[in-house]
Design a protein around this ligand. Sequence first.
Ligand code: HEM
Length: 433
Amino acid sequence: MTNANIVMDEYAYPVIDPEAYAQWDGLLDIFEKLRHDMPVAWVENGDLHDPFWLVTRHEDVMRISKDNQTFLNNPRAIVFGLKAGDNLIREVTGGSPHLVNSLVSLDAPIHPKYRRLTQDWFMPKNLKQMEDEIAALAKVTVDRLINAAASNDGIADFVPLVSAPYPLHVVMQILGVPEEDEQRMLFLTQQMFGGQDEDLNKSGMANMTPEQITQLVIGAVAGFEAYFAQITADRRANPTADVASVIANAKVDGEYLSDRDMAGYYIILAAAGHDTTSASTAGAMLALARDPDQFARLKADRSLLPGIVEEAIRWTTPVQHFMRTAAEDTEIAGVKIQKGDWIMINYVSANHDERIFDNPRKFDASRSPNRHIAFGTGAHQCLGLHMARMEMKILFGELLDRIDRIELAGEAKRAKSSFVGGLKTLPLKIIGH
Ligand code: HEM
């Protein structure tokens, strides 16, 4: 370890503090300084958490993500957490740092076997069959926004009306969850990912302790497991064409998946599949509400639709980090890393790296090339990336067709979360539909 890379006190806390993620610009300032001064920084906060290396440059995040032999997912937690919460998770799981056994917590040789089970399902060729259904849903969703605005002086909150329910509905359809159960799934997801934010975890408790947050997440996982146990039983008895049927009937090395493995699969799809897309969609609308000229340009030129989607995903970077563990002694950008060291690859910082992106804080749908790493890369690259792109493209097409202008009509608030984060409220004035 090089002493020059020991992180300075003033940054050590904010980079792990959920509150800091709700104050986006200040956080981006910190990452900018770190990329410049200490691109591989050792983060330590006494006994609060295990220390880790924070990697902030695009080039290094890319390299670590691609090298799945040197940088493993399974040995330690894949999402940053405080020690108190981690201890509780290990107690509940009997020693595993992973509350959920899912694709992201696995390494080769098991990981590719599990990933292969559903990989074809998420390819554009298969997703194409869903296009009409998703387009119909986008239309109904934008109707809802416009109607809500019409009855409230043109003002409506984009998050609960559009960006939260739309991707949730899509992912629930592919998992075969009936519409009447979607709210329950939304609630469980918010408990899992929004546990650090008092508005999202619905407990109404501000400043929860790490133990309380972890208890909330444990409860959410149990809720998911119980719910999907019924779906598994049903799909084994009556297989359909949905992903739930693929998972329920899949065999790895001749055996059905265990209940815990199946639950992990459902959970990652149900949870990772909608909060992320939701955050990108709302973030882009915020950027466009602040930039009416760009909104007008996009409305006039639909060839920029794919550009809106990619820039929405880069600019918001909803999955803010993942953790890796060094499988052996190695180095990153000249800094010595020891076997077993914990490493945070920070996608927010990588996607604002001025070495790769001109004027990184600007939302620019015509940015080209847009080499963002918001979906990760390497063996764990987002399985749902084609789906996320498709549903966002359809939705933005519909929004641009139906709305002439948007203005910010109040404060847009970000969730307090250091893992999956984005806007939790976005009041917009909807003009000229
Ligand atoms: C804007 C939307 C999304 C973003 C930004 C996003 C981001 C990510 C990231 C950063 C990873 C980890 C990549 C790595 O470690 O290299 C990931 C993995 C994953 N994502 Fe997404 N995701 C999005 C949407 C979706 C959707 C719609 C689904 C499915 C319905 C999905 C399912 C998954 C799964 C299953 C994995 C684990 C893959 C593996 O470990 O092999 N994601 N995603």
